[in-house]
Design a protein around this ligand. Structure first.
Ligand code: HEC
Length: 430
């Protein structure tokens, strides 16, 4: 190549790069190709079994496919959380007298409305981050769980989710019909949200001492907002609506806390995975444009990936978690059943062990490190997160952000992980 040609080559490279960056921000472009990529998650696998005739979904006169669907996906009924604000897809079906019910486990979330046209699902996905589905609530010979895209992403890949396909939890000030009083403001909720901002538009059953929250209340005025006092430490919803219309009479406060933690982590996992895939794709476009393929990742690529990994690490270790200032106790078997899922080490400890006095987990490290969504992250970002987690847990990293983890807690988390997570790198076992 002569030097005379260089400017043209450079210009071409720059154009290519601009195009690459532009497409990378778009879910339909490379490397995500959201709609055209076949999802791979617990729901797509269930549908394959239904297609193969290995599993049948049973129809229930009262709840349609909901009970059978939950059972097939191993989603506990005790995870039920009830939301009565008209903030989601089947708005017209939702009100304080007919709340929407949500159920979840580590891999999937299920939404149900009384007399709803569909059951809604969102699943952690190894290929597309989060995949969305609906199952029509009509009794047919071969029910099909249909993948849904545009109708869901309007809300589920928005500023509420950090612009990746993900989960939404909001806290609003609903009126008697369930309409959010937008003039009062709304909050996006994650595990860092203070207790007093949570659960506007949700039912909450359980006790929580003198901590205040916004749940179990319909708001009369927008501004100044009324001070809720009828919704605190509520343990029975039967005066509010017909609880017999739901699988359980609970909207357990512990289930809500776990839901809010999990959705935070699931979204962070998708963000880290997408940022990494985009950085690698950009690197590959650079290689092609420059006709060059270095052995090591370019520093800028590595920087982008590590940056994404650092955010995920902080999320997994619950940095910035809003503290509990009094004991929280639910009304259902949720806490017990959730903790019983393990896995446990020989001393009976598990990342799922709950604290509920000062924070959610006894050992603040998300149980989702044991999930497929974590294990299936691109190697380079997962390896970075694990290396850095090891630094924190062994005390090598003493940054202030991890001050909530005492030396003893770090050691305990390390021991539990080593005992329960077989896929850890060998360095962890020394
Ligand atoms: C108008 C905005 C909106 C649309 C459209 C929407 N959702 Fe949601 N979704 C929400 C909000 C807000 C929540 C949080 C709970 C609530 O307020 O009801 C939510 C929660 C959920 C949940 C519980 C866990 C999670 O992922 O946050 C599922 C499952 C769900 N939606 C599925 C779907 C599916 C499937 C579609 C498309 C067929 C869809 N949603 C379309 C707003 C929307």
């Amino acid at each position: 190549m002569t030097s005379r040609l260089l400017p043209t080559t450079l210009a071409t490279t720059l154009v290519l790069l601009a195009a690459a960056a532009g497409r990378a921000n778009d879910l339909e472009g490379n490397p995500i190709r959201y709609s055209e990529t076949a999802p791979d998650n617990v729901v797509s696998r269930l549908q394959q079994k239904i297609d193969a005739g290995e599993i049948e979904l049973d129809w229930d006169e009262e709840f349609g496919y909901l009970p059978s669907l939950l059972e097939s996906l191993d989603v506990p009924r005790s995870s039920q959380a009830l939301v009565f604000s008209k903030t989601s897809l089947q708005r017209s079906r939702i009100s304080p007298r007919r709340p929407r019910a949500l159920y979840f486990n580590d891999d999937v979330y299920v939404g149900y409305c009384q007399n709803g046209d569909v059951v809604e699902l969102s699943a952690a996905d190894t290929k597309v981050g989060t995949a969305f589905y609906t199952l029509a609530q009509t009794d047919v010979a071969r029910p099909r769980i249909e993948r849904r895209i545009d109708g869901c992403l309007i809300c589920h890949a928005s500023s509420h989710t950090g612009n990746v396909p993900g989960h939404v939890v909001r806290s609003v000030f609903p009126d008697a019909g369930g309409f959010p009083k937008l003039a009062s403001g709304t909050y996006r909720i994650d595990h860092t949200s203070p207790f007093e901002r949570r659960w506007g538009g949700w039912y909450v059953t359980g006790t929580h001492g003198d901590q205040k929250h916004l749940g179990n209340h319909v708001y009369k005025s927008s501004l100044p907002r009324d001070e809720p006092n009828d919704g605190l430490n509520l343990t029975d919803l039967s005066g509010r609506f017909s609880t017999a219309k739901y699988l359980t009479p609970h909207s357990d406060i512990v289930s809500l806390l776990v839901l809010e933690h999990q959705t935070t982590v699931h979204n962070a996992l998708v963000k880290a995975g997408f940022a990494t895939r985009e950085a690698l794709w950009y690197e590959k476009s650079l290689d092609e444009a420059l006709g060059d393929s270095p052995d090591e990742l370019r520093e800028s690529t590595r920087g982008r990936i590590e940056n994404a990994g650092e955010k995920l690490l902080r999320c997994l270790l619950l940095c910035g978690e809003a503290p509990l200032t009094a004991r929280v106790k639910g009304t259902s078997k949720f806490a017990e059943e959730y903790a019983a899922r393990g896995p446990f080490d020989r001393e009976g400890r598990s990342l799922r062990t709950l604290d509920l006095q000062t924070r959610l987990f006894r050992y603040p490290c998300s149980p989702l490190v044991g999930s497929e969504a974590f294990d299936e992250l691109p190697d380079v970002v997962r390896d970075h997160v694990l290396r850095r987690m090891h630094d924190v847990l062994t005390g090598k990293d003493q940054s202030e952000e991890f001050d909530h983890l005492t030396p003893e807690t770090r050691r305990e988390i390390l021991e539990i992980l080593v005992a329960t997570k077989p896929s850890l790198p060998a360095t962890w076992r020394r």
